[in-house]
Design a protein around this ligand. Structure first.
Ligand code: TRP
Length: 344
């Protein structure tokens, strides 16, 4: 352990992102975040973790939590995150995240957290019954990012506000302790074809693991039969597909399916419309089902294979935890010195 960041990292770009181990991953997570990890791991130093600390902000069965963590890691590996290039770890194996979160709790202002829309959505009408952890959730997220001095954070659209808060915390820390530039102002990477994948039952709401209808989403673990059935049953309208994007605007379900097709095949929505203009959903859906099965089917199969033998995943998590602890250690040591802590 040294007091300084290893020279090789200084000035370099680094990705940190996390996924909560709460509920099945679906097509929206895949297109919104996971494929970005796969692409970006070749461009920047990459740290990806399973957010088991964040998971505890809502009740989790202690007997299941470890397997939930393994399932997320299986998804990372199955989509193509390479543990030889990217560091994959469990958040709870790097205590620096929680330690830094405490300090950031003292940097962030109550007024900033009061504005967080995800807390309002999750807490609903009874906010007095939410855990305090749910309220300070975005502060822990800032600690995840800044413990590793990330410069780029690939996330879904809904995380933009948390990334703004992360920058506010970094800037206030740097200012209050008179250490300009100590923490980088990390950028959210949200753009991409899958930034907003909607429910298959309602084109106006996001595809979500908390939707009570399983037909609203395609899960990463769905088999071919389930995938094509969900595509066949997806809500649509009676019109044929138009030849331009503008005409899709008032048809959220049609727009979503075209977007899914585009994202899965790696082309733009315009290209999809060129191919299908004038055709109805009777023709489009079977093509989309085949495409979804050919992309998602192998991912589910690989997850099942990986989960059948926990050894490989557990070894990857052990090695990743060690690497992430080493990366965070110099930053944490420096932070403790900066704030004047007794121990550190
Ligand atoms: N809040 C993120 C989500 O729900 C998960 C997360 C936790 C995260 N810590 C993070 C994402 C750090 C990016 C960076 O999707």
């Amino acid at each position: 352990m040294t007091d300084e960041a290893p020279a090789a990292y200084v000035g370099q770009k680094r990705i940190v992102s996390g996924v909560q181990p709460t509920g099945d991953l679906h097509l929206g997570n895949y297109l919104g975040a996971l494929i970005k990890f796969v692409r970006m791991q070749h461009e920047m130093e990459t740290f990806i973790f399973v957010a088991d600390l964040h998971a505890l902000t809502e009740w989790q069965d202690p007997a299941k939590l470890k397997d939930q963590v393994r399932e997320i890691v299986a998804a990372f590996l199955a989509v193509g995150v390479d543990p030889k290039i990217a560091t994959i770890f469990a958040q709870s194996s790097v205590p620096a995240h929680a330690e830094l979160a405490w300090i950031f709790n003292c940097v962030a202002r109550l007024g900033w957290l009061d504005r967080m829309t995800q807390f309002k959505d999750k807490a609903g009408k009874h906010k007095e019954r939410s855990s305090v952890g749910l309220y300070t959730y975005p502060v822990l997220q800032a600690a995840d990012i800044l413990a590793h001095k990330a410069t780029h954070v690939p996330v879904g659209e809904d995380q933009r506000q948390h990334l703004e808060l992360t920058r506010d915390i970094a800037a206030k820390f740097n200012h209050d302790f008179d250490r300009p530039g100590f923490f980088p102002l990390a950028e959210a990477v949200v753009q991409g074809p899958g930034a907003r994948i909607m429910s298959l039952r309602d084109g106006k709401v996001k595809m979500s693991k908390s939707d009570p209808s399983d037909y609203s989403r395609i899960n990463l673990t769905d088999d071919a039969e389930a995938i094509s059935q969900k595509v066949r049953k997806a809500r649509t309208d009676a019109e044929p597909l138009p030849d331009n994007l503008e005409a899709l605007k008032a048809r959220p379900e049609a727009e979503n399916l075209v977007g899914v097709y585009a994202a899965l095949s790696g082309v733009t929505a315009e290209v999809v419309l060129k191919e299908f203009a004038g055709q109805g959903f009777g023709a489009f859906k079977p093509k989309l089902a085949d495409l979804a099965v050919s992309v998602m089917g192998p991912i589910g199969a690989e997850m099942r294979r990986l989960l059948a033998d926990k050894g490989e995943i557990d070894r990857i998590l052990a090695a990743g935890g060690e690497k992430a602890r080493d990366t965070a250690a110099p930053t944490l040591a420096e932070v403790k010195k900066i704030v004047g802590y007794w121990a550190g």
